[in-house]
Design a protein around this ligand. Structure first.
Ligand code: SF4
Length: 391
């Protein structure tokens, strides 16, 4: 295939983002009889296990700003985030019928409750609450996680109707190592030259990883890296370098990200779609692949609000990110009513204050449509940190 222009690649990713009917998943299944797809909520599930069974892992992150919620509201109280209601709405409207199962990783009580509702609403479908370990001792959390992985492997083998061999699992680990390496490169390049890789594009390219088979997604990321770099019309702009924190689960609408850019913010790091980048190094392909998946989870999981940290300074990752990416400030940008993000925020704010790093905060919902106030706030923040850093 001829090299595609960057606009073509971004349009392709945007079409996937806007398709709340999961057309790409349906097409993938239709290409070969018997294919199955397994959905999963944010943040982390070991997608290698699904892939090794020959099935397609599909990230489900709610309905965004294109879905009207009609029945989903009846399932939840008003004072929680939007992602569970819009996910229920997607399911009740038949849009998730292409999924042959659904995984609910242990992020928070909302997702735990959602998994229970799923079991009651769809008793004929495969549902699993994925209880990731909160103990990082190999003899405790490691042993537990190994058992969970073995149970999932057994489930997926039954669903797929085939054995999952050690070689198949190792091959899937290689595929996902390549995907994570491409994303690490994208984040590193974006930090170096954010005007070449604006977040409004990076977000769409990332999101495509929810839907595309990982091999295709890796190819898209690598093609985007090259095509954006080759676009000579992209020039460095006088914008402030900021880190976004708090967006690891419910995703903001694309319009909000565009608003931040128009307000003068160059995003140099973020925690969007964190599950795709949960593991910070390659999974070993030597020895027992299950042990490798356990070990990497215990020793190389990204730091975020939804995971337990036994260390005292659980905010250091954010200070480190600011320093590593030469950021001038942090924007806390969390989903409304997101307990993990909002309960963590005071700890992070205190750490930034100690380090003298400017910050501001606002909340969003996946269907936020009014951006004027956010633009003013982010614009004022951007202007002020540029003035401070020049003073
Ligand atoms: S947005 Fe926050 S509160 Fe809502 S499901 Fe996700 S982690 Fe839980």
């Amino acid at each position: 295939m001829a090299n595609r222009e960057v606009n073509e690649l971004v349009d392709h990713a945007r079409a996937l983002y806007e398709d709340i009917d999961f057309g790409a998943v349906k097409r993938w299944k239709a290409e070969a009889p018997g294919r199955k797809a397994i959905g999963h909520m944010p943040i982390y599930v070991p997608r290698e296990l699904i892939h090794a069974a020959g099935m397609l892992p599909v990230g489900v992150v709610g309905g965004g700003d294109r879905l009207e919620i009609i029945r989903g509201d009846a399932f939840f109280q008003s004072y929680i985030c939007r992602i569970p209601r819009s996910t229920i709405e997607l399911a009740l409207s038949g849009r998730l019928d292409c999924l042959d199962g659904m995984l609910f990783p242990s992020i928070c009580d909302v997702i735990r409750n959602l998994s229970g509702m799923w079991q009651m609403l769809f008793p004929d479908r495969y549902v699993r609450y994925v209880d990731v370990p909160q103990n990082y001792d190999a003899k405790v959390g490691g042993r537990f996680w190994r058992l969970e992985i073995e149970r999932m492997l057994g489930d997926f083998a039954r669903l797929a109707g085939r054995e999952i061999t050690v070689d198949a699992l190792r091959a899937s680990i290689v595929v996902y190592n390549e995907n994570r390496a491409a994303l690490r490169e994208l984040y590193a390049e974006r930090s170096r030259r954010p005007w070449v890789y604006p977040l409004s594009e990076v977000f769409l390219v990332l999101r495509a990883g929810n839907i595309l088979p990982p091999e295709e997604h890796t190819a898209l990321v690598r093609e985007y890296l090259g095509a954006a770099a080759a676009d000579t019309s992209r020039k460095e702009m006088d914008q402030s370098r900021v880190v976004l924190a708090g967006m690891f689960c419910e995703q903001p609408p694309h319009g909000l990200i565009l608003t931040l850019e128009r307000a003068g913010c160059s995003v140099v790091d973020d925690d969007l779609m964190l599950g795709l980048r949960w593991l910070t190094r390659d999974v070993s392909t030597d020895g027992d692949p299950i042990e490798a998946l356990v070990d990497v989870y215990l020793t190389a999981s990204v730091m975020t609000a939804s995971r337990y940290s036994p260390e005292g300074n659980r905010a250091q990752w954010l200070v480190d990110s600011v320093e590593r990416n030469r950021a001038e400030g942090v924007i806390f940008c969390a989903a409304s009513f997101c307990d993990p993000a909002l309960l963590e925020q005071p700890i992070l704010v205190a750490a930034l204050d100690r380090a003298g790093i400017p910050h501001t905060e606002f909340k969003y919902s996946e269907d936020t449509g009014q951006f004027a106030v956010i633009r003013e706030q982010a614009g004022t923040f951007s202007d002020s940190i540029r003035l401070w850093s020049e003073a």
